[in-house]
Design a protein around this ligand. Structure first.
Ligand SMILES: [Zn+2]
Length: 371
């Protein structure tokens, strides 16, 4: 009996072995012309966490810091043939470095805010403005974003005086991509950004009479057809808004679920609520698949906060009869530290060197205060 069981076990293991090798062959399907693998990377809600440092405890903290996420960004780019990198907003305020720069030192003339210096260094393709970007007032924000080399966008904040978009509402990035056989194509990537209308309440003193915020979903429905008519092949929403499954209201602070229902939006990069998507919190959420990272059939990613994770969406798109179609999309995040806080990546030395002056100034300032 024992021998027979062993025999069956051996046969089964051999079968499963041959199945494994068969499926790995199947995965290596021939490379197809006109099929492009495009990787989309997201950071969100950095809140000025450039360095892996806790300014309150005055010691290193390996669970945060763009200097760490930068290492994940480099690796993720290295693995992909085509990639794009975006920040989803709330990057200027939220720690003593942000406070020190905005309220104590100010931005020196001709100097670039270290957050934008970091974004320039890492070659971000476009960035969104988050609600916290308004906390230091419009003058500070406008001076700071001048240092950003990439488009800084938002579509649902309007100037009161001009009744026009206050920022660049969207961009169509012309990017050269290569298909699976190495042939080059030009791809027009539409990128649009949104933030919660609650800014009018949260930053009333800074914004009243100067700007107004229009509902996210209404703005998206108005703008997406315009972007399509201007030639956007695919559209990525930098949605500085979280994921909620509550019934729709035009004033919904967290509008991702409803954005994924809008035709023409292909991918949603979420933020604002500092959560991780895909993640176990969303296991039982409606029309949500946490294995593929889809909501309403569209890829969505949210990379936590403070640089703790990098958001990744791997899209496969195909060109047929002059139009690009999404044939596959999967989303996931990669952490910079494990659950116990143990570091999983080294810091990017180049980036650290670049932002070290302001980091050191902040540390010295805190020490001087005797905090
Ligand atoms: Zn936010």
């Amino acid at each position: 009996m024992y021998k027979k069981t062993l025999f069956i076990f051996l046969i089964l293991s051999l079968l499963s072995l041959s199945q494994t090798s068969f499926s790995s062959i199947a995965e290596n399907t021939p490379k197809q012309p006109g099929v492009v693998d495009l990787r989309i990377l997201e950071t969100t809600d950095l809140h000025a966490s450039l360095v892996n440092y806790d300014y309150y405890q005055t010691k290193a903290d390996n669970r945060i810091g763009l200097v760490k996420t930068a290492t994940l960004i480099r690796a993720a780019r290295h693995e992909a043939q085509n990639s794009l990198l975006f920040d989803d907003g709330d990057h200027l305020k939220g720690n003593p470095l942000g406070e020190y720069l905005a309220r104590i030192r100010g931005i020196h003339k001709g100097k670039i805010h270290p957050v934008y210096r970091a974004f320039n260094f890492l070659n971000y393709d476009a960035i969104a403005i988050g609600n916290h970007e308004f906390n230091y007032g419009l003058d500070f924000l406008n001076a700071a974003i001048k240092g950003a080399k990439m488009p800084v966008i938002n579509a649902n904040v309007y100037s009161v005086k001009k009744n026009k978009h206050y920022f660049t509402p969207y961009v169509i990035l012309k990017r050269n991509v290569v298909d699976q056989t190495g042939e080059k194509f030009e791809l027009n990537v539409g990128v649009i950004a949104f933030m919660p209308t609650q800014i009018m309440k949260w930053d009333k003193a800074n914004l009243e009479g100067k700007v107004i915020a229009k509902p996210i979903v209404d703005t998206a429905k108005e703008m997406i057809p315009i972007m399509k008519s201007k030639g956007a092949d695919i559209i990525i929403a930098l949605a500085h808004t979280g994921i909620s499954f509550e019934p729709y209201s035009s004033e919904s602070e967290n509008a991702v679920y409803y954005l994924t229902n809008i035709p023409g939006i292909d991918v949603v990069l979420a933020g604002h609520s500092h959560s991780v998507f895909p993640g176990p919190v969303y296991k039982n959420s409606p029309k949500t698949n946490i294995k593929t990272g889809h909501i309403n059939g569209k890829p969505v990613v949210m990379a936590g906060a403070f640089g703790s994770r990098l958001g990744i969406i791997d899209l496969t798109i195909q060109k047929s009869s002059n139009r690009w179609k999404i044939i596959k999309g999967i989303s996931f995040t990669r952490p910079i530290a494990d659950e116990s806080g143990k570091s999983l990546v080294r810091k990017d030395k180049g980036l650290y060197k670049l932002v070290k002056p302001e980091h050191q100034e902040t540390v010295d300032f805190i020490k001087k205060l005797g905090l």
